[in-house]
Design a protein around this ligand. Structure first.
Ligand SMILES: Cc1cc2nc3c(=O)[nH]c(=O)nc-3n(C[C@H](O)[C@H](O)[C@H](O)COP(=O)(O)OP(=O)(O)OC[C@H]3O[C@@H](n4cnc5c(N)ncnc54)[C@H](O)[C@@H]3O)c2cc1C
Length: 325
């Protein structure tokens, strides 16, 4: 198979989930004896293509055009359809970002193809690829596969693969510029000023250790206690939704179906009940440690280590032992 990864950059900076998609494509390729190429799309993005060339890729297709300077669903769909016609991939892999959600269904539909969106994994079974998607807020997972001829489109959820596992190469991959035809009339929307989210202090999806607090923390005055523990562990502070809804922590710290999806090495859940909407955002963590005073709290169903206890006793005890007191 030929696998094509459509990368995402904004104003010359990578969206880090690009490397998660790259890792996903490389892992699929290793199991299916396939090759992986990547598309870099925009204007003035050659430097990014050159940077990408350090990864184990058959080639990098550089799609540049005056009308691609600012993202528009029409511009991207029209240009990428031409890139796909030239590259002839069997599988097109994308990160499941807001931007991809905007243009990828249109791109797939314009080619008469289907798209399997928001996948959390895949299996290679009896010679075919089966993609896994969560359904009903993560209560169950569905196996989905493609019918009909390639190209097939699949997007992967942030955190489903680890970007640091994208394989680099010792020799740079070739970068080929692809000419695309695009006219202003084809673009029916006019991009306005870029929406800037509240300045994000940290990208929780990239943090190796997360200390997450829930309603069990009781009051904002108690948050510094958890913050200190996070610092001592070399991690970041995260939270369940009520903590962010109350404004005790900014929204970008929220984990779950309406927050971020993360898969750190260690997820320490403090006073979090384990509602399904929270669990969908963190159950991919490598090791989950939960502290909750209710032994029946659902968080213990996904925890690798569960401690039935009071966080107001255990946080200071952990802090003291980390400080070597
Ligand atoms: C459409 C929708 C989307 C949602 N999206 C999200 C989302 O993205 N993220 C999210 O987190 N939630 C989300 N929710 C909310 C979710 O359903 C839960 O209400 C929420 O996750 C509960 O947060 P919590 O565990 O902090 O609080 P609670 O459910 O109130 O749990 C608090 C826990 O702390 C324990 N506790 C209390 N005191 C102590 C103590 N001293 N020591 C130890 N343990 C203690 C209790 O036993 C309890 O288990 C969503 C809900 C809806 C309907």
């Amino acid at each position: 198979m030929n696998i094509l990864v459509i990368t995402e950059q904004r104003e010359g900076h990578w969206n880090p989930v690009t490397f998660e998609s790259l890792a996903a494509a490389q892992q699929i390729a290793a199991q299916t004896q396939s090759t992986v190429s990547a598309v870099v799309i925009g204007k003035g993005v050659r430097a990014l293509a050159d940077e990408l060339a350090a990864y184990q890729l058959a080639q990098i297709l550089l799609v540049e055009h005056e009308l691609l300077e600012h993202y528009t669903p029409d511009g991207f769909a029209v240009a990428l359809a031409q890139a796909i016609a030239q590259a002839k991939p069997d599988l097109v892999v994308l990160p499941h970002t807001y931007q991809v959600r905007d243009f990828a269904p249109k791109l797939a539909a314009s080619l008469g193809k289907g798209m399997i969106g928001d996948c959390i994994g895949y299996r290679h079974e009896n010679g075919r690829l089966v993609f896994v998607r969560q359904m009903f807020q993560g209560k169950t997972a569905a196996d989905v596969t493609f019918t009909g001829p390639a190209p097939w489109f699949a997007t992967f959820q942030a955190g489903a693969f680890r970007g640091d596992q994208a394989v680099r190469s010792t020799s740079p991959a070739p970068v080929s510029a692809i000419q695309v035809t695009l006219t202003p009339e084809q673009i029916r929307t006019k991009p306005l000023e870029l929406f800037r989210e509240a300045k994000q202090a940290v990208d929780l999806t990239q943090a190796p250790i997360l200390v997450a607090i829930g309603r069990g923390i009781k009051a904002p005055e108690n948050i510094p206690m958890a913050q200190k523990l996070a610092q001592l562990l070399g991690g970041e502070l995260a939270a369940s939704r009520p903590i962010c809804d109350e404004g005790w922590l900014p929204m970008d710290r929220q984990i779950g179906s309406s927050g971020q999806t993360v898969s750190p090495k260690l997820y320490l859940a403090l006073g979090i009940s384990g509602a399904i909407q929270h669990v969908v955002g963190m159950k991919g963590s490598r090791t989950i440690v939960a502290i909750n005073k209710d032994e029946n709290a659902p968080i213990f169903e996904v925890a690798d280590y569960g401690i039935v206890g009071d966080i107001f006793e255990l946080i200071p005890a952990l802090t003291e032992s980390l400080e070597g007191k």
